[in-house]
Design a protein around this ligand. Sequence first.
Ligand SMILES: [Zn+2]
Length: 229
Amino acid sequence: MPRVQPELRNEPKIALPQRLRINNEGLVEGTRFIPSPNCDARPAGCAINLLVVHHISLPPGKFGGPGIIDLFTNRLDPSAHPFYAGVAGARVSAHFLIRRDGELIQFVACARRAWHAGESSWKGRSRCNDFSVGIELEGIGELPFTDAQYGRLAELTLALGARYPIADIVGHSDIAPGRKCDPGPSFDWVRYRGMLKTLSQGTQAAKKSSTNKSRTGRASVRRSGRRGK
Ligand SMILES: [Zn+2]
């Protein structure tokens, strides 16, 4: 008897993470959901085909505290930190936050329009909130994001690509140049693209018979060839 069963020889050599699933409302199953009031309906018939990567930390450079959740739920105390006075009451949100340890928190169902991009334009289309999903990485532009964040972001990207016709993945700075600079120079687009490719291939190899075909492999990743580190 062979020591390795033939059907196991083609198993992917990477450890596949738990596959994230997005339900019909656009909620990631089994993920912490903290509803933000800072959202509304997308325009009727508007497809979701853009993914926008951001970074945020509150107070800036401090991680793990309640500031981001408080901001997205309109509970930020403007007196709690000098920086907060300028952002409290901003009425903003994002669909997702990925903490430094990789924890995923959802604030807005993907079927709804989160208020993350502000004044923005991509490929001649303005109002990117209409047709995008916003993902915040907890961090600052000058500090590398964590392995756990890249892993979770790649998983989430694949799940979104399986559910929606995501055509492009961009940074906030790409759709609001001159006004926004996130996710910033420390976000490694080449690494991110590589992880998407590896995960996508591994998923396809492990699930050859799956009908849940990922579109992520076909999505273009903005700046992937220009900003290596
Ligand atoms: Zn942003």
